[in-house]
Design a protein around this ligand. Structure first.
Ligand code: GRF
Length: 195
C-alpha cells in the first residue's frame, strides 16, 4: 500500500508514521507533501529518502479551488492508496475530500468529539478536564468529525500548561497514529483505544 503524508510543520507525526512502515508492514510512504515551503517535515522526509513536494497555498490567495487542483495533481501523480494528514493546517473543501473519502486520515490533538478546531489543550485546561488525548479519524467534509479510528488518553497533571500538555499528547500521537495506520493497512477499521 502507498501512503502519502501531508504536513505543514515539523513533521514529527510524519516521521513516526514513516518509521513504522518497515519490514512486513503492508504500507510504505510514497510522498510527503507540504503547503509550507521549507517546512521541517520536508527535511525529515528527505533524510528518509521519501519523495517530497511543496504546494504553497499562498500564491493562490483566496482561490481555494485552484490550490486544491494543484494539490490533487501532485497527489494523483504519487498514486497513494491512503492519505494521512499529519499537522496539515489547511481546511479542505468537501469536493476535494469526497475524491478521497474513506482513504484520508487525520490526527487531531483532542478526544473528539470534544474540542474540534484549534487550541485544544488550552480549552481542555480551561474546562478543568482531568484527561486529554488525541484522535485519528477518517476525514469527511465536516471538520474533525469523521468516523473515529483510534484514540489515546493522557492524564492532565496539576500545573500543566498548554505546552506541557501538548508535549504529552504529541508523544501519544506518535504511538496512536502508526498503530491505527497499521490496522487500516490490514483492513481493520474498528476503533483502537489506548491509554
Ligand atoms: C501538533 O500540534 C500535533 O498535535 C498536531 O499537529 C501538530 C504538528 O505536529 N497533530 P507535527 O508536525 O507532526 O510535529
Amino acid at each position: 500500500l502507498r501512503v502519502a503524508i501531508l504536513l505543514s510543520g515539523s513533521g514529527s507525526n510524519m516521521a513516526a508514521l514513516a518509521d513504522s512502515m518497515t519490514g512486513l508492514h503492508p504500507a510504505r510512504p510514497c510522498l510527503v507533501l507540504s503547503n509550507v515551503p521549507g517546512a521541517g517535515g520536508l527535511e525529515r522526509a528527505a533524510e528518509r529518502d521519501i519523495p517530497t513536494a511543496t504546494v504553497d497555498h499562498r500564491p493562490f490567495k483566496g482561490d481555494r479551488a485552484a490550490f486544491e487542483a494543484a494539490l490533487q495533481d501532485r497527489l494523483v501523480e504519487a498514486a497513494p492508496d491512503l492519505v494521512c494528514l499529519a499537522g496539515f493546517i489547511r481546511i479542505l473543501t468537501a469536493p476535494f475530500i469526497a475524491s478521497w473519502e474513506g482513504r484520508m486520515l487525520n490526527i487531531h490533538p483532542s478526544l473528539l468529539p470534544k474540542y474540534r478546531g484549534l487550541d485544544t489543550h488550552a480549552r481542555a485546561l480551561a474546562a478543568g478536564d482531568i484527561e486529554a488525548g488525541c484522535t485519528v479519524h477518517e476525514v469527511t467534509a465536516e471538520l474533525d468529525d469523521g468516523p473515529i479510528l483510534g484514540q489515546a488518553r493522557v492524564p492532565i497533571r496539576p500545573g500543566d500548561t498548554p505546552d506541557s500538555l501538548a508535549a504529552r499528547v504529541l508523544k501519544a500521537e506518535h504511538e496512536l497514529y502508526p498503530s491505527v495506520l497499521r490496522r487500516v493497512a490490514e483492513g481493520e477499521r474498528s476503533p483502537l483505544l489506548l491509554g
